[in-house]
Ligand binder design. Sequence first.
Ligand code: FES
Length: 248
Amino acid sequence: MRETQAIIERVRRISPDLQQIDLSTDASLSQLQPGQSLFAHVLENTQYTPYLREQWYPIAVGAARVVVELPPRQRYHPGQVVSVLTPVGRPLPMRTGARHVLLIVHDTPPTPLILLAHQLIAAEVAVTLVLSGNALRYPLELLPPQIEIIHGDTGWAWPEQVQTLGWADQVIALAPPYAQFETYGALYETIGQLRAGAIPDGFALGLFDQPLACGTGACQACQVACHGGDMLACVDGPAIDLKRVRFR
Ligand code: FES
């Protein structure tokens, strides 16, 4: 992880819940992979100076340019300088040869999975995105039209659940921090019931996206209880193989 600076070039409100910010960045940030994020702190022209940095997920990465998506609790302006530590976390561990990927998002914006969805579509991988609860407030017109969108219900069930879990080569779930253990545990149990044989390593991932204190593995505040030793959401995640997670 290294520190660099970015400059806010443009701010757009894309929904009542989200804003997108274009950042002019160091060229090294073009190496960011889906799942990795920026640990950001605005340096100038702001009255808002939180002690802790904020985690910003990129939704698009280009040459010396990164677009992030954030809730609108803070107003940003072109010209503001941002200190960023990057990268936070590991790239999402995708299974080799996966041709059908199922993304499931409940009650939180799908932002941490948007960059992945774009890259999968560009690689001609079939993507199905199940959205439920507050995730349905996301402006769906901004997503690639090739993505199949399914509206789920509040109980982590959705139409054609058996078929979609059956054909998927990989499943990646995203829930808000308060619901992660409960919902990922139930999802993993459902997958186990529907699929014959053992669930392969890396088949079902859960994103442990949560507020981070240090973001560097130093404070241990983001521990996820796992078989074989606890993991840290900030340096081992955000995606953790649900096969490893100790749900009980
Ligand atoms: S946020 Fe400090 S160890 Fe993860």
